[in-house]
Ligand binder design. Sequence first.
Ligand code: FAD
Length: 432
Amino acid sequence: MKIAIIGAGFGGMAAAYDLLKAGHRVVLYEAAEHVGGLASGFKEPHWEWSVERFYHHWFATDHHMLGLIRELGWEDQVLFPRPYTVLLHNGKWYPFDSILQALLFPGLGWGVDKVRFGLVGLYLRLTNNWRPLEKVTAEAWMLKWAGKRVYEKMWRPLLVGKFGPYYRQVPMSWFWARLKARTTRLGTFEGGFQRFADLFAERLREMGAEIRLSTPVTRIERDQASGLRVTERSGAETFERVLVTVSPAAMARLVPSLPKDYLQGLLALKSMGAVVMVLSLKHRLSEEGYYWFNLPKEAGYPFLALVEHTNFVPPEKFGGEHIVYAGDYLEEGHEYFSLSEGELLERFLPALRRFNPAFERAWVNKVWVFKTKYAQPVPQVNHSRHIPPIQTPIEGLYFASMSQVYPWDRGTNYAVEIGRRAARLMLGGSDR
Ligand SMILES: Cc1cc2nc3c(=O)[nH]c(=O)nc-3n(C[C@H](O)[C@H](O)[C@H](O)COP(=O)(O)OP(=O)(O)OC[C@H]3O[C@@H](n4cnc5c(N)ncnc54)[C@H](O)[C@@H]3O)c2cc1C
């Protein structure tokens, strides 16, 4: 078969891999000038490694991703250091990413709240039955089982940070998936995610794939006589099968001829965008060497997370520079999307002194800002009933996006999983 895949992120590339293995001809269309999608990276000429545009790491439970890397023969290039995630309490940072540290965290006192926190965490780690949990909001469930103090101190800030105005609508199943899949050790690829994406693209080319970079697709339609016509700026080409891996809103724009029900289902899916600033600094910011700072909105930081990448990957990989991310999940109309790099820097810089009082502007070598309108799907109560099927009502046309990996939260691991699931369906198999 002749197959087109729209998008050369990890979902599209994983699908291409299986379709090529099965002997089909695959053309990947990619709007950007590079592969890797949301997990792509960039590199200064004197850096040994690339830096992800949006902070990225793997968990030790990312079996689909790690399994694919093993199949490709590159498992010796996966690194799993042990960086530290911290939480703020009374103006001080406390490590908070293992059961032991959670038990030692002073923010919950030493009484019944800590016990409830521990029991709820244990239950969520042990149960596999997420279905009843999607019938209730995370807020209602947590208030009932973990109690007001635990919810307000620990879990509400996380929900508010990720989902902004939608935080009260998110089902408990999202929380279950989050706690289930997290590990303290975090992984990356030797050279950065972009090196892995480039190696993967190279392997696909060797297997016969054609990857058309800087080629945004503008329309997909079914032509009864010849198949599915994929149109881009310089022309159109027809395929027997097409897999689209863009956002639901972009899918609706690309294929307006989809039946009304399916289109409405796509447009009803909610998501948050993200704005992330990457700074190269002359000195280390976190003196304690922490990697990930969770920042509660009430503490008045102009961003949600501060991530010192070079406390995860050593600064020697970046010519001795210290790489820091400051990022936030935001609704589409948020003013950060329209601020220039300079304006955003003015907002963000004063907050850096809160991580290190010695910080001053002269520490900054260079700044980059990355923005995406589609960063984090927002699940709703009973979300499993609202996920659009991978196989669309148009014959031969398939759709696989971050919004369909529920109950799991988005991640490259699940992009690989849904990409491979879509490939199985396209080959006439089942989607399980
Ligand atoms: C802020 C942030 C932090 C994250 N952190 C992590 C993390 O720590 N670990 C992790 O595993 N995951 C993380 N993720 C999620 C991860 O990046 C995604 O789940 C994954 O990359 C999605 O892959 P995909 O192939 O489904 O989609 P994408 O990567 O979005 O790929 C879709 C591709 O389609 C292309 N495209 C769009 N429109 C067109 C068009 N019209 N024509 C042609 N091409 C088009 C895009 O350019 C893109 O390359 C994070 C994401 C964000 C935003």
